[in-house]
Write a protein that binds this ligand. Sequence first.
Ligand code: FAD
Length: 429
Amino acid sequence: MDRDICIIGQGLTGLTAAHRLAKAGKSVTIVDLSDQSGGLAADIPCGGTTVERMYHHCFASDEHVLQLAAELGLAAQLKWYRPSNGLLSGGKLYPFTTPADLLTFSPLPVWDRVRTGMTVLAAKRRREWRTLENTTAKSFLIAHAGRTAYEKLWKPLLVSKFGDDADQVSAVWIWNKFKLRGGSREGLKEEVLGYLDGGFGRLGRTLAERLPADVLLRNNETALNIRRINNGYAVETDSGIITASAVIAAVSAPVFNQLTDALDLGDYRSRLNAVRYKANLCLLLSFDAPVTPFYWTTVCDRLPFVAAVEQTRLVPAETYGRHLLYLSRYLDESEPLWSETDDRLASVMKEALFAVFPEAKAHCRGVEALTRSRYAQPVIPLQYSRRMPEISTPLPGLFLAGMSQIYPEDRGLNYAIRLGNETAGLILA
Ligand SMILES: Cc1cc2nc3c(=O)[nH]c(=O)nc-3n(C[C@H](O)[C@H](O)[C@H](O)COP(=O)(O)OP(=O)(O)OC[C@H]3O[C@@H](n4cnc5c(N)ncnc54)[C@H](O)[C@@H]3O)c2cc1C
């Protein structure tokens, strides 16, 4: 056997697991199809520093991010900012940062604004989530915030992330969102978001740089399949074969499904088959002047993007010597936008942006990055705790550790780090 453990994927999950296992004396090889560490949080150079290809921030309650930053000596560079949020609804921009903003949100009748506020507050305080597993987010929101609030506020938000699957999404997912945002503010005080100087791509890069010397990190190498051999596994890649006693696939469920095609996983296979993901298109543009009034603008109208995230409304524009704005769209691979060329995609998104913010056109410097992530967000259906493919597969020494193993929380850097540690712990137990 070449190694004790082969890890597929050098996102935060794979790298965290690698560190813990190497520290415990295991020999580890990591393979990743990319030449960069950090997976979805990977970055690009920008104005003498770095910034994520896709927007990232953390919450005050993200204990695993805080702990990892401290371990890597980056704690002082994790800074806290007060975000401003807005909603674009019916072609109009509304501030949506404070409870007072909700209370003056005119598209909703006054009583529905109050009910919406109470729904969010109650969700923040709620600890028990299992009874929510039988309810869709839609039913939960209609029951608590009212139908008008659902139609005008929550439905556009759910559809913007989950498209045709919006009606299937579990109430556990929306409960978590409320809880997370609530956890980043004290009572009715302002919300704070964390951002690491140079971006969260640094977490992945620093983890990779600090891997013990005997950990082999093989970039630009795609895992093709996993086969069983005596007392372990053979991971076939496009550059060779790695044999190991155990394998952690720190990738999405569909990728794992393909990799394990030749293995008998019994009922576990049907769980893998059932996990669905949304893809994401993310365009990062730079400007000479601010574009939107907010850090985060949620788009309730039908535009080719569902969120406009102005990085330089959170972090000062001087950091990058330019203003940065992400335009994000979740979608299915079958939607025509997914297969557009990069140029066409960028121009469709830019045109829609300039229709809402006409002055931005003259200030636009150009495209900094355009990123397509096929597996960006798992769709969390009812009763996911019973349907989720577990980290431990039915085969000894074979583990799946991706975003579909995070529940009841939603995917995020914090949970990727937790998952990496947890998976390593299963091997070391
Ligand atoms: C648009 C967007 C915005 C986000 N914003 C935030 C945010 O603000 N805050 C937050 O906490 N989280 C955010 N997230 C989520 C966060 O990025 C993820 O939860 C986290 O990075 C997942 O890490 P991971 O290691 O589990 O997976 P990934 O980062 O997906 O890593 C998987 C790795 O596996 C590799 N790989 C895949 N297939 C193969 C193969 N066959 N062979 C070899 N290698 C392979 C990939 O190249 C990749 O490096 C966001 C995600 C998206 C899509």
